[in-house]
Design a protein around this ligand. Structure first.
Ligand SMILES: NC(=O)c1ccc[n+]([C@@H]2O[C@H](COP(=O)([O-])OP(=O)(O)OC[C@H]3O[C@@H](n4cnc5c(N)ncnc54)[C@H](OP(=O)(O)O)[C@@H]3O)[C@@H](O)[C@H]2O)c1
Length: 273
């Protein structure tokens, strides 16, 4: 598995998302098993959030990493409506309890809300001093938000990125590269939707004896500063995702993807899901 430095730690460039986990008790066993299988396959970065199933996903992650905490780089997120001085502290402590750990490796502001960034950052810094989090970062921040934040301590910005959503290539991705800030790509396989059934991606996949999901992941990873966090419960999906970093797209593949999903030639406001 390819690695990248994130907040001073070497992490895999393909991690595991957890959105929609913890929503259905009947799925819990499969979700725990999938996350553990993902760890065995080297996808040791796990991304979760207090928002996912209102804490349910963090509980699934907690069960999955029990006895294996040392192997995992754990990322969670605070709701914007909890991003006040007191709110961040309390939200983080609730997340730690659900995750069954003393420390979150990377804690993100899920998106911008009503609280001043300086207040949230101060609360994050306090959590760092207490050892409850090791680093902090943001999510769904556009270039102007990052400029306003102006914080070298911000370890990452997690945003939507896949061939259907390439606006960030115009300015956000270059800006983060310039500041040596890895970009965490969410929905890297388009939430398992139309992208995976695209005829162009299928042709490229056939050429590489790969799947369309692997092509989408390899495409995101062609930028050296990108980390992708696909979510998968299906074990075959997990195995495909873990190997996607071995697929090398050539100029012809990239040109075909550009023709089907043109790169941005002007500023677009940041897409979110
Ligand atoms: N910061 C934010 O605002 C934000 C927003 C959205 C997402 N996220 C994070 O990013 C993660 C990834 O995004 P996402 O879950 O929305 O979408 P995604 O990872 O692009 O797609 C997940 C879907 O694709 C399927 N899938 C996974 N691997 C596959 C493969 N190899 N072949 C075919 N289908 C495959 C999954 O099915 P199975 O589960 O059945 O395997 C699932 O239905 C989230 O889970 C979450 O952690 C963050």
């Amino acid at each position: 598995m390819q690695k990248i430095e994130l907040g001073g730690v070497s992490v895999p460039r393909i991690g595991q998302g957890t959105w929609h986990m913890g929503e259905n008790a009947g799925q819990r066993q499969a979700e725990v098993r999938a996350l553990r299988e993902g760890l065995d396959l080297g996808m040791t970065l796990i991304d979760t959030a207090e928002m996912y199933a209102e804490g349910g996903a963090e509980e699934v992650v907690g069960q999955a990493i029990r006895g294996r905490r040392d192997e995992v780089y754990l990322v969670s997120k605070v709701y914007p409506h909890n991003a006040s001085t007191k709110g961040v502290q309390a939200a983080c402590e609730r997340s730690l309890r659900r995750l069954g750990t003393d420390t979150i490796d990377l804690y993100l502001l899920h998106w911008r809300g009503q609280y001043p960034l300086s207040e949230t950052v101060e609360a994050f810094e306090r959590l760092c001093e207490q050892g409850k989090i090791l680093r902090w970062g943001v999510s769904n921040f556009d270039t102007d938000d990052l400029a306003e934040l102006d914080a070298p301590a911000c370890a990452t910005n997690q945003v939507l990125y896949n061939p259907e959503a390439r606006g960030i290539e115009y300015d956000l991705l270059p800006r983060q590269a310039q500041h040596n800030m890895p970009l965490m790509a969410y929905c890297p396989i388009g939430q398992g939707g139309a992208l995976l059934h695209d005829a162009i991606l299928q042709r490229i996949a056939d050429k590489h004896s790969a799947t369309t999901a692997q092509i989408a992941l390899a495409w995101a990873l062609r930028h050296p500063g990108v980390i992708a966090i696909p979510k998968a419960v299906n074990l075959d999906h997990l195995k495909q995702n873990a190997k996607a970093d071995t697929v090398r797209l050539d100029d012809d593949d990239l040109a075909q993807i550009d023709a089907a999903y043109p790169p941005a030639t002007r500023k677009h406001s940041l897409k979110m899901v």
